[in-house]
Design a protein around this ligand. Structure first.
Ligand SMILES: Cc1ncc(COP(=O)(O)O)c(C=O)c1O
Length: 353
């Protein structure tokens, strides 16, 4: 028998979540709002050109707009299929089996999935609970960085919602100097957190930043995102792809959105207001809730909430035992969630009495 499937692929992990078709989707950190009409109209106009490969000028336009949005140069931008496409391109092109990848725990679940697919050795550093926030353990990260090929940090962190390096140059420099390969900062929630290390890519050629239009731009299913990186890294990624990889409707959606990015800022500001509202409501139910600079909240509860909530048509995530993550939706959605959650907790308290 030929060895068609590499041994590490046989035991590879997968993205593990339960979805719902109808009801309240508070489990994937999506925007509760549909894409704006001006984006949908632009996409619709281009659909008739779906028989053609898009002209490379579109990809160029996307890069110019993303560059302007971030105050970097167009040749420091690489368009990708969502933030995940960006993360994958780094894992698949800049590591090889046996390499060590270093990340925080807990962290975005796809880092483990891609590590297992690439046969990488994962090292994880526990976040520390610090009052209402979670904090990275910088000393441990630094001490492990020099044997790691890739350091990947979701900043802000998913699932805790806490800020991590916060674009602090000293911390980024220290990691970039120690790591054997790349420091990947995943800024999927940048529009909510408001800080970015994008300007540092011109100073640290092994710093790579991930962005997505899935969250504050309300374009999750268009699968459009990008990397911000040194031009040499972008050049390598370009060589290994075509200018057609991001599908035409997604590219048009991305271009149109980045032409008028103010709507994403408005969504981020609205959702951040709702987040504080939900934070107070969850506290008033008696839960330990953590502060967040994202569109989700992390809270503690020692019992099963997933199945009773699902029965009531609400999906959230349970990333670690006794800890839950809920996406911040509209105010009405927050109200429904808190009401149902309050009833579930009350029922379980009554049963225990
Ligand atoms: C930290 C983080 N990075 C990346 C992503 C990827 O999102 P997408 O591939 O939709 O852009 C997510 C999505 O939830 C995320 O939480």
């Amino acid at each position: 028998m030929k060895e068609v499937i590499y041994p590490w692929l046989k035991g590879a992990k997968e993205y593990d979540f339960t979805d719902i078709k109808e009801g309240l989707r508070l489990h994937l950190n999506e925007s509760p709002y549909p894409p704006p009409d001006f984006v949908l109209e632009a996409v619709t106009r281009y659909l008739k050109a779906g028989n053609r490969y898009q002209h490379p000028d579109l990809s160029k336009r996307f890069r110019e707009l993303a560059a302007e949005y971030n105050g970097v140069e167009p040749d420091e931008i690489f368009p990708t299929t969502g933030g995940d496409g960006a993360i994958r391109s780094v894992f698949y092109n800049f590591t090889q089996p046996g390499d060590v990848v270093l990340s925080n725990y807990p962290g975005y679940s796809m880092y483990s999935v891609y590590s297992s697919f690439r046969g990488l050795r994962e090292e994880r550093v526990n976040l520390r609970e610090a009052g209402d926030w979670w904090q990275e353990d910088m000393d441990s990260l630094l001490s492990k960085a020099d044997r790691s090929r890739l350091v990947v940090i979701d900043d802000p962190n998913n699932p805790t919602g806490s800020p991590m390096l916060q674009a602090n140059e000293d911390k980024i420099k220290a990691l970039a100097e120690r790591v054997k390969g790349i420091v990947l900062l995943d800024e999927a929630y940048y529009e909510f957190s408001g800080y970015t290390a994008s300007k540092l890519v011109s100073k640290y050629p092994n710093l790579v930043i991930v962005r997505t239009l899935s969250k504050a731009f309300s374009l999750a299913s268009f699968r459009v995102g990008y990397l911000i990186a040194d031009r040499e890294i972008v050049k390598v990624l370009e060589k290994g792809s075509t200018p057609f990889d991001v599908p035409l409707p997604s590219l048009i959606a991305g271009i149109t959105a980045l032409e008028r990015p103010s709507y994403a800022r408005e969504i981020a500001s609205e959702i951040s207001g709702n987040r504080e509202y939900l934070y107070r409501a969850l506290k008033s139910v008696g839960l330990k809730v953590y502060k967040s600079v994202t569109n989700f909240l992390f809270f503690k509860y020692g019992g099963d909430l997933l199945s009773p909530l699902l029965k009531r048509g609400i999906a959230i995530r349970n990333p670690i035992k006794d800890f839950y993550r809920v996406t911040v939706g509209t105010k009405e959605q927050c109200d429904i969630f808190v009401k149902e959650l309050g009833e579930i907790i009350e029922d379980s308290n009554t049963e225990q009495r």
